[in-house]
Structures are given as C-alpha cells and as structure tokens.
Design a protein around this ligand. Structure first.
Ligand code: ADP
Length: 470
C-alpha cells in the first residue's frame, strides 16, 4: 500500500509540473512572440537567434527546368534533381541518391570532403544523362547544409562550427558554397550554388510551392526548428535591409527558445545537466524525438527507486537514451487489453521483468503526460509565430477589434519530421491544443500540412526561384 502511495505521489508531482492549461499555453504563445521581437531587434537580444536567410521569395509553382540539390546534414548525404514544368499541379519528378559520408572524411580536410561531394554529384549527373550539363551548360543547385552558418547572401555563408561528429578544422570560417563551387568546377561541372539553406527553409519552400498560403514551417523530428516569412522592416537588427518582395525568411532556431512560463520538471533539469550541451536547446529538450523517451525513462527510474513495483531495479534503466521515443510511442499507443507491448518493451529494453497490469497502466500514463506536454508546447510555439505575424485572429498586436471584425486569413504551416508524422497521439494533442487556444472558429483557418523531403526538394526549388535563368 505504502509503495503505491509513493509512486502515485511521483506521478502527481510529474502531472503538476507538466501542467499545460490553456492559460499557461497562452503565456507561452506571448513569450514566443516577445522573444521573436527581441531576437529581431538586436544580435544576441534573445535566446532565439532569428537568423537571416536572404531567401526573399518563395517558389510559387511557375518555376521551370531542371535543378539540382545536395543535402548534407549528418551521416548521410543526398543528391537529387527535379524537373519543373511551370505548372504547380504538375508532378515534381525527382531522382534521389542517398550516400553515406565515409567516416574518415568527416574529420579530414575540406578539400577531401567537397571533392567527394562533387564526385558523387558528377556520377549522379552522368547517370541521369543531363545533356545540358554534360555539354557544359549552366545549372543551378540548392545546397542544404544543416550546420550552423552565418549567411551573407542567399548563396553564401560561413561555417560557424561543426556538429554531429564532423570536425574539419580548415573549414570553420570558410564560405561553404564557395568550397562546393570550386570542387564542382574542378570536376568540369558548370553548376552554380544559387541557394545555401537549412532544412526548415526547404520545408517552407516546398510547402509554398504547393500552397501559396504557406507562411511558416516547423520540423519536429530528432530535433526541432522553425522558420517563417517576416517583413524586412521588422528585422530591426539589420537596418536598411532591402528586398524586392519586402519579405525575408527568418530561421528562428527555436529549439533554443526559453521562457519562465515553460512547465519544467526535475527530470528536465537532470536531462539538461547530463547532456553534452547544458543550458542549450531548452525548448528542444522538452519536445523533440531525441529526448522524449529519455524523460520517460527518468521518471520510471525515479519510481523504481521509490518502490519495488518495477522489481528489484535494473541496471539498464540507468542507461541514458536506452528508451527511444519510437519505443515510448509504441507503449503509449498499445491497444491490447493486457498491455503486452508495454510488458515486452519494459522487459527487452529496460530489463524489467513481468510487472502488474496496474504498473503497465502507470507507464502508459507517464508516456501520455510527457508527450501531451511536448505536443501542446509545439502548438503554443506555432501560435506564437502566427501571433507575431498578426495571423492568430486577434487582429494584430493591438488586438482591440471585436470578434466579428476579425478577418482571419487562411494560414498554412508546413510540417515535417518523424515525431509528428509517425506518432499519432502527439499529432492529436497538438491539434487539440491549437483549437483550445484559438477557439474552434479561428482554428479552422490554421492548417498544418505535412510536406515530404523539404530539405532536399525544397533546396532545389529555392535554387529554381532564385535562378537568373528563370
Ligand atoms: P531527423 O529529424 O533525424 O532528420 P525524421 O524527421 O525522420 O529525421 O525524425 C526521426 C525522429 O522521429 C526519430 O529520431 C524519432 O525520435 C522520431 N520518430 C520516428 N518514428 C517515430 C514513432 N513511430 N513514434 C515516435 N517518434 C518517432
């Protein structure tokens, strides 16, 4: 009896610390909009970096021709091409090739890495028989480079630092687009890097190509990030910024968002302390696929220290990241009466033998609390962006118009990432929170649309829409 009382107390504490009432979510919405303002006002003005992308027009479906893209973001890299017919409804034909980056190249020299990339592109083009390039004609290429860079224009940017296991000293501080172009030239390829972008920008571009009401993009996968279309005159930290459209895509780097209104638990604090980047990416650590499973593991560990409902303790339970988010989702969504998937995962993954049904239900409950909080925070984050854009149905920051005056525009947010697309409960909680915050009527105007492969196809599209040939 006493042991259950202790366990229930741990659960109650978790639920209270993860509380996301509509009132609290609205504070997060406001905090996101305020931080966006601050990050646009001055360099370092907020934990939100609000990086300029120099992407000032998005593909609208009229683009023509063949365009290439390279996507380098981790252990794999991809080459692809698209053919466009100038009619939005036409199917994008694309060929994709995914190649592992040889381990030794991740720590060798910039020359070696880019020589490898250019060779792979050359082979891809040879195979595809693009006679235009083979005869020396010009093509455009979009380069998705998912490492922190400081952009100086749409087609140039300097590497700030490597992440994800890459470490090539002679590249830091260099213009990555220039390095790629040199390597391509030495292979005899007359290809220009027309666009250097990150993956969220690609997602926004792909979303906009299909639907012109798309104004923001969010990625919710292993990590999380967002970008949106901002008025250039609102980008105060860059005075005199002029674009023909009057707009520019801003890369928020929202994984680093922080606010005192975020519902934080002792598990979040411990996870952050144990991480390789403490005090960094605070929002991401409560939300993304890399972390959700580990928060659940920490709660179970705590309960197993308070009582013996999980048996006599398992050493696997102390191993960081053994419980991945897909496994957590499987437990959460176990539809069997005796929760046999929960039992299997507890046993196989966490080394916890046969537990009572009551205990299995408790585990499902923990998964639910952690995922619900994450999904609702993402909803608040998205609505923070829309509030900043004056598209949350309140009629802008002054917000004094009565409800009947509100002329809410149809607003589409492109969404990508395995957490959102594969985890049904996460997706449902996210949508539910949007309706709770906005109200049913206004929520009808906000549409989340899944795009696929924005980081690849989107880069080729941005290259197309910024191409001088077009
Ligand atoms: P990445 O973000 O690594 O580029 P994805 O967008 O495909 O790639 O996201 C993969 C992430 O999505 C995984 O790390 C995992 O956390 C999460 N994920 C994938 N499948 C599921 C699932 N079935 N349930 C919950 N989360 C999942």
């Amino acid at each position: 009896r006493g042991k259950w009382r202790r366990v229930v107390r741990v659960l109650k504490e978790l639920e209270e610390a993860c509380e996301t009432s509509v009132g609290r979510l609205k504070q997060v919405v406001d905090a996101m909009a305020v931080e966006m303002h601050a990050g646009l006002a001055s360099e370092g003005g907020s934990k939100l970096k609000m990086l300029l992308t120099y992407v000032d027009n998005l593909p609208d479906g009229n683009e023509m021709g063949t365009h290439y893209a390279l996507d380098l973001g981790g252990t794999n890299f991809r080459v692809l091409s698209i053919q466009l017919q100038g009619n939005r409804s036409s199917i994008l034909e694309h060929d994709v090739e995914r190649l592992p980056v040889p381990q030794h190249l991740m720590t060798s020299t910039g020359n070696d890495l880019f020589d490898f990339i250019a060779s792979s592109l050359k082979e891809f083009i040879d195979k595809g028989n693009d006679s235009e390039v083979l005869l020396g004609g010009k093509r455009d290429l979009g380069f998705t480079f998912s490492f922190p860079t400081k952009q100086n224009s749409i087609s140039s940017g300097v590497l700030i630092k490597w992440t994800k296991g890459f470490s090539i000293g002679d590249m830091v501080g260099k213009d990555v687009a220039e390095c790629l172009e040199q390597a391509m030239t030495s292979k005899g390829l007359n290809i220009r890097v027309t666009a250097l972008i990150n993956d969220t920008v690609g997602t926004l571009a792909l979303g906009h190509y299909h639907d012109a009401d798309t104004v923001a993009a969010v990625i919710i996968g292993t990590g999380t990030n967002a970008c949106y279309l901002e008025r250039t005159d609102a980008i105060i930290k860059c005075q005199g910024l002029l674009t023909t459209s009057g707009f520019m895509v801003v890369n928020m780097e929202w994984g680093n968002f922080w606010s005192s209104h975020l519902p934080r638990t002792s598990y979040d604090i411990d996870l952050d302390c144990d991480s390789s980047n403490p005090n960094d990416q605070g929002f991401e650590k409560m939300i993304s696929g890399m972390y959700l499973g580990d928060i659940v593991r920490r709660v179970i560990l705590r309960m197993s220290q308070e009582s013996d409902i999980f048996g006599l303790g398992s050493s696997r339970l102390s191993m960081p990241f053994v419980l991945t988010t897909p496994l957590m989702a499987e437990m959460h969504e176990d539809g069997s009466l005796d929760l046999r998937d929960v039992a299997r995962i507890l046993k196989d993954t966490l080394g916890i033998p046969e537990v009572s049904l009551k205990t299995r239900k408790l585990v499902v409950r923990i998964c639910d609390v952690v995922t619900r909080r994450a999904a609702r925070l993402v909803a608040a984050g998205i609505l923070g962006i829309l509030k900043k854009m004056g598209r949350d149905g309140t009629g802008g920051v002054t917000g004094t118009r009565s409800r009947s005056d509100v002329n809410m525009k149809r607003t589409v947010v492109a969404v990508e990432g395995g957490l959102y697309t594969n985890y049904t409960m996460f997706r449902e909680y996210l949508h539910e929170a949007m309706v709770e915050i906005l109200g049913e009527e206004i929520a009808k105007n906000v549409i989340l649309k899944v795009t696929e492969d924005g980081s690849g196809i989107g880069a080729a599209l941005v290259a197309a829409s910024h191409s001088s040939n077009y």
